[in-house]
Design a binder for this molecule. Structure first.
Ligand SMILES: C[S@@+](CC[C@H](N)C(=O)[O-])C[C@H]1O[C@@H](n2cnc3c(N)ncnc32)[C@H](O)[C@@H]1O
Length: 221
């Protein structure tokens, strides 16, 4: 199901180096979300971590244990190189998908990052990720979720050239081979309501990419 996704991200991460993560990203809202996640949080799991830039940033904010999981070998290689170069004891990043997440022990992490993954995988898998993150977190555990901006009808029309087909309602296969779920706030909040309370939600502006992402700061019920 994810062969094209894996290839797409391998190609991207093969060319991308990680900058030094000891300094904040310089994107105010993103940095404050990460600060919130790391406050009194000793351990963090990041599913769909990419090169793990966010997870590894947490190593500089007093987080002692970190685990990243990503389907792309190239992304994992970049992260693992950074970990060994900077000697980030307690941090690891592994290649894998849902099966890797399912194998993590119950209540073994205090925090989680789900950044641009929930709306880029099959909806059933997204639900499975959310359920597993709930299972893996300790009581009161914190989650930082980042989602693509929701596209209204007008925006969807403008972006029609990106899409190969609509697989199901608001769930698209892009020409790039990636999946895109145009997930509304209402649907996402319905998905999480029995597992997490929303502490804060809003939007983060990425000026370099001229775009916004939505964010949710969640706490395990
Ligand atoms: C948009 S990138 C986000 C990377 C990182 N979380 C960030 O925000 O910088 C999406 C990442 O999800 C990974 N991914 C996609 N589908 C996946 C799956 N089924 N299991 C694990 N990782 C997956 C991709 O390889 C890619 O690194």
């Amino acid at each position: 199901m994810y062969n094209n996704t894996e290839k797409f991200w391998d190609d991207i991460f093969e060319k991308e180096k990680l900058k030094d993560l000891s300094a904040p990203f310089g994107i105010e809202k993103l940095d404050s979300c990460i600060d919130w996640l790391c406050a009194n949080t000793g351990s963090i799991i990041d599913y769909g971590c990419g090169n793990a830039s966010m997870l590894l940033r947490c190593a500089y904010l007093n987080v002692k244990k970190g685990l990243g999981i990503d389907i792309s070998c190239q992304a994992v290689r970049t992260a693992v190189d950074y970990i060994s170069k900077k000697d980030l004891l307690g941090f690891s990043v592994i290649q894998g998908s849902l099966e890797a997440l399912k194998s993590i022990k119950d209540a073994s992490f205090e925090g989680a990052i789900l950044s641009n993954i929930i709306d880029n995988i099959l909806p059933d898998d997204a639900l499975c990720v959310l359920k597993n993150i709930y299972r893996i977190l300790t009581h009161g555990g914190r989650v930082f979720v980042k989602l693509n901006d929701f596209m209204d009808k007008e925006k969807l029309k403008e972006s029609i050239d990106f899409f190969e087909k609509e697989i199901s309602d608001n769930f698209f296969l892009e020409k790039s081979g990636l999946y895109f779920h145009n997930l509304s706030d209402e649907k996402f909040e319905r998905w999480i309501m029995e597992y997490f309370k929303v502490v804060e939600k809003g939007r983060i502006e990425f000026k370099t990419f001229d775009c916004f992402n939505r964010f949710y700061l969640l706490q395990k019920l």
